[in-house]
Every structure is written in structure tokens, then in C-alpha cells.
Design a protein around this ligand. Structure first.
Ligand code: BLA
Length: 508
């Protein structure tokens, strides 16, 4: 599906993943128009013992016995299946099965999917997640919520690795919670490039909240259609949709056998994913997938509320810390003494692992920072810059090349001037975002083009490209942080002004 020519990351967005022309072979799919079968997957042969030719052009009588056919048609007439895949019944097909029969309608077609039944009655999704809902309700912060969500999804599905993956405004994402089976490699805290989940996939995942790749090594089963139905079948809402070969390759590189992900949506945007991996193939019955989707919907609603609460709490904390710092400046004229207390106030004022105070030629360091001499040199450079209330950057090395040597401690810098005229600043630092990620397999192996020779990118290459783009970048300063820094700057000016006036009065 990808265009010819040199591979580059933009081609990822071009792949029409909703019309792969194939389904995953652990099930079979047929599509009907006006009661006639117009599309069928080759996998009807192993599952039903029938050829595609036995089905195309026929009605449901070619699949079901009369009684089952009646039950399916009655359910289809009654249920709202537009874009809404529903479990209809468990039924045998020509002595094979039984199969879970899942139906939805899209683009004027009725699409029936057949998955081997799990051998137990289907359960209402709500019943499967009653316990999880209670545990989720009891959490307060985004972090706690995500941790419980990962635990409950792992409990429900048995996947070896369950992660909550959150997108940043720049489209990159990081693993904010994780539950692992013993022996699984941890990804918690790692950040991945935006191109790992391209645009069209994100758009599809807002429409259809769940997808499963049951076996990354399975050979997809092609769809055949009647000549009068030439356009590719849109599988946006189909559970058996075969997944992008690029992504399959990605999962193989990671050493993953099966994958599932559930969307978490905020407004109309993908907030994140619950991403699940299994070492070996894993098929999940429809009701368990439905329960996961339900959890995803609950998470979509509840995470927003918790995120707002977290943001408000952070703003309050910023304001409290700011007024505490100002109090100290009022009581103690020497900023090194006033702000340099080792009690963590300066570091916790703004979420940063390092801070420094440079005043009257002296430098005080707190946490993860460049050296004293480097901070002094940085302040000398800042003093040559156009005057500003606060100076901030998330790529310091771009603006001040001398800072490149300490990118690992200070790719991000936020500086508040302490005095009008001198090189005096209080500064916060953030480290480079980049963290080493090792994919399954040999990390030293050169980037390869895949076996089919179509010039597709491998995830290793995307990661290398991303490393280049994020080198020297730190997590950006949030608007609330900049606002707090400006408020601190104003307060410092006010304190200095008052002090100047007091001195003048004394001198009179
Ligand atoms: C899809 N990529 C995905 C999905 C995830 C990721 C979760 C959803 C499908 C699924 O559930 O498996 C990415 N998975 C991750 C990340 C982690 C993880 C970041 O576990 C981290 C722990 N991918 C690339 C490049 C391209 C690409 C370079 O790296 C394109 C050239 C494509 N990824 C790609 C495509 C899909 C995808 C096309 C959609 C798959 C589909 O639904 O058909």
C-alpha cells in the first residue's frame, strides 16, 4: 500500500490501515449487501470447511442452518449494529465451531465475523469489571488511576505486560503505569516517538476503541469479493482487521507475540492507550474485549477529571511555594541565604530536578545541575540577552552552544532575574528527554529493510531518527510554571523596590 520511493517517516501516515484487504486468520469474515454475501475471507476454508466460491453471491442459508439463520436475521433487524459490533450468538457452521458470531454494519454492508467460541457462555462486560470500577473510583490522581487501570486490565486479560501509555502535546508518548508478568522487561517511564503510532491510526483509534493482534506470526487471510463489489472492504470496526505489516514488524522487533490496545479519549483526541503485550499468541473472547473497551470508556471520562484535579493541585502548590519564597526574600536580604535553603522548596517550586542561584558573583547549586563555573558562564550569557521577565527554553544548546556539553543535566532552562542590572538569576534545569530504549533483538544490528524489499522502515530506524530530533531537548515548561515564574519575578522586583525605598528613607 505504501508509495514507491525512498522510505521516510511521512509514508507511515499514508498507509490505509482501514482497508488492508486481509483479516487475521484466527477467525473468518463475510460481508453482505441486501442479504447477499459479497465479500468473504479465505479463512472460511479452514474454519467452515467451505471455499469462498461456495459463499459469494449466496445468502445466509449458505452459512447457517435455517433456525440459526432466522435467529441471526432477527437479531440484525432488532439490534443497532451501525458501527457498533455486537455479539449475536454462538453457532455452528456446517458442523464446525461453535463460533461467536459478531455483527456490525458499515458503508451499507453488514459484516459478520466468526471467532471460535471460548467454550463458556458470554458474560455481560459490566459484570466482568464491577470490581475494577470500585478500585478505579477510589483513586484520586492520574498516576494512581493509571496504576490501578493497568492492574485491572492485566487481571481481566492475562496479558504479560499491560501499560498505560500517555501522549504528550508533541505526539510522543510515555509509559506512565505498567503491570508485568514475572521476567518481563519493564518499559515504565520510557518515551517513544510520535511516528510509532501514525496519524491515521490515531484517528481510527478514536472511532474504534479497541484492537487486538492475536498472533504476530500468523499469515493474514485475503478477502475475496464479487466482481460487482470492487472497492476494498472498510474494516475500521472489524475485530479481525489485519494490522499494518509495518507495525507487525515493529512488534516482532520488540519480541512481542500478541498485542492489544484500548483507546483512552479526551474530547475528540486520543489521550493515550492501554497497551498490552503477550509473549505468545493470545486470543481474547469478545466479551472480555468488550469489558476492556468499557474500562477504556470509564478511563476516558474519569482520567480527564483527575487530570484537571492534578493540574489545579499543581497550580496551588506553585502559588504556595511562590509566596513562601517571597516571604523568605522579604525577611532575608541575601537571595543566596533566602532561596538556598536545602529544604527542597526551590526544587519543588517548579517541577525540575535541578536549580541554581547566581548572585553577586557567587553560585549555589541544588540537585542535578551543570557545574558552578558553567552556571556562572551561562548567567554571563543571559545578561547579554534582551531583557525579559523570565527566560525559558527546552533546547538550551540550540541558543547557547556552550551548553551542549551538559545537555544531560540542563537541556531545559528557566531563569528568573534577581536584579535589574547584574548577572543575578535563579535558574531551574531539566535534563535531556532521551533515554536509551533497547528493542528486543540485537540493538547493534544495522537498520534493515524488511524481507519483502518494499523499502519499509523498521521501528529501529524510526527510533534512531527520533533520537536525533529529541537530542538536546527537555520536557517543555508548562504555562502554569511560566506564570508562577513571572509572579515570582514581579514579587522579587517589588521586594527590591521596597528595600531601595527603605534605604533611601534611612539615608535622608
Ligand atoms: C500502531 N503502534 C501502534 C500501536 C501501538 C504502537 C500501541 C497500536 C496497535 C497495537 O495495539 O499494537 C506503538 N506499542 C507502541 C509503543 C509501545 C508499544 C510506542 O508497546 C511502547 C511500549 N510504527 C513505527 C513506524 C511506523 C509505524 C516508523 O514505528 C510507520 C512507518 C506504524 N504503528 C504503525 C501503524 C500502526 C501502528 C501503521 C497501526 C496498526 C494498525 O492498527 O493497523
Amino acid at each position: 500500500h505504501l508509495g514507491a520511493g525512498a522510505p521516510d517517516l511521512t509514508t507511515c501516515d499514508q498507509e490505509p490501515i482501514h482497508i488492508p484487504g486481509t483479516v487475521q486468520p484466527h477467525g473468518a469474515l463475510i460481508a453482505l449487501r441486501a442479504g447477499r454475501i459479497v465479500v468473504a475471507s479465505d479463512s472460511v476454508a479452514p474454519h467452515f470447511g467451505l471455499g469462498v466460491a461456495d459463499l459469494l453471491g449466496r445468502d445466509l442459508g449458505a452459512v447457517f442452518d435455517p433456525e440459526t439463520r432466522h435467529a441471526v436475521e432477527t437479531a440484525l433487524a432488532r439490534e443497532a449494529v451501525e458501527h457498533n459490533p455486537l455479539f449475536l450468538l454462538s453457532a455452528a457452521v456446517h458442523g464446525h465451531g461453535p463460533f461467536d458470531v459478531i455483527a456490525h454494519a458499515h458503508d451499507g454492508l453488514q459484516i459478520l465475523e466468526f471467532e471460535p467460541s471460548a467454550g463458556r457462555p458470554q458474560v455481560e462486560p459490566a459484570a466482568l469489571i464491577r470490581g475494577a470500577l470500585g478500585a478505579l473510583n477510589a483513586t484520586r490522581s492520574v498516576g494512581d488511576f493509571a496504576a490501578v487501570l493497568a492492574r485491572e486490565v492485566r487481571h481481566l486479560t492475562g496479558f504479560d505486560r499491560v501499560m498505560v501509555y500517555q501522549f504528550a502535546p508533541d505526539g510522543t508518548g510515555s509509559v506512565i503505569a505498567e503491570q508485568l508478568a514475572p521476567g518481563m522487561e519493564a518499559f515504565l517511564g520510557l518515551r517513544y516517538p510520535a511516528s510509532d503510532i501514525p496519524q491515521q491510526a490515531r484517528a481510527l483509534y478514536v472511532l474504534n476503541m479497541i484492537r487486538i493482534i492475536s498472533d504476530v506470526h500468523a499469515v493474514p487471510s485475503p478477502l475475496s469479493a464479487l466482481p460487482e463489489h470492487p472497492q476494498p472492504l472498510d474494516l475500521s470496526y472489524a475485530g479481525l482487521r489485519a494490522v499494518s505489516p509495518i507495525h507487525i514488524e515493529y512488534l516482532k522487533n520488540m519480541g512481542v507475540g500478541a498485542s492489544m490496545s484500548i483507546s483512552i479519549v479526551r474530547g475528540q483526541e486520543l489521550w493515550g492507550l492501554i497497551a498490552c503485550h503477550h509473549d505468545s499468541p493470545r486470543v481474547l473472547p469478545y466479551d472480555v474485549r468488550g469489558a476492556c473497551e468499557f474500562l477504556g470508556q470509564v478511563a476516558s471520562v474519569q482520567l480527564s477529571a483527575r487530570q484537571e484535579r492534578d493540574e489545579q493541585a499543581y497550580e496551588l502548590r506553585l502559588r504556595a511555594a511562590e509566596s513562601d519564597l517571597v516571604d523568605r526574600l522579604v525577611r532575608q536580604p541575601d537571595p543566596l541565604e533566602a532561596l538556598g535553603a536545602e529544604d527542597g522548596t526551590l526544587l519543588s517550586f517548579i517541577n525540575a530536578p535541578g536549580a541554581a542561584i547566581h548572585y553577586g558573583g557567587e553560585t549555589l547549586l541544588l540537585g542535578l545541575t551543570p557545574t558552578r563555573a558553567q552556571v556562572a558562564e551561562l548567567c554571563a550569557w543571559l545578561a547579554t540577552q534582551p531583557e525579559a521577565q523570565v527566560v525559558h527554553t527546552d533546547a538550551l544548546g540550540r541558543e547557547f552552544p556552550a551548553a551542549r556539553v551538559y545537555a544531560d543535566t540542563a537541556s531545559g532552562m528557566l531563569a528568573v532575574p534577581l536584579t535589574q542590572s547584574r548577572q543575578d538569576y535563579v535558574l531551574w534545569f531539566r535534563p535531556e528527554l532521551l533515554r536509551a530504549v533497547t528493542w528486543g533483538g540485537d540493538p547493534n544490528k544495522p537498520v534493515q529493510v524488511d524481507a519483502s524489499g518494499t523499502g519499509r522502515l523498521s521501528p529501529r530506524q524510526s527510533f534512531a531518527a527520533w533520537q536525533e530530533t529529541v537530542r538536546g531537548h527537555a520536557a517543555p515548561w508548562q504555562p502554569a510554571e511560566l506564570q508562577a515564574a513571572r509572579a515570582l519575578r514581579r514579587a522579587i522586583s517589588a521586594v527590591a523596590l521596597r528595600r531601595a525605598e527603605e534605604t533611601r528613607e534611612l539615608n535622608v
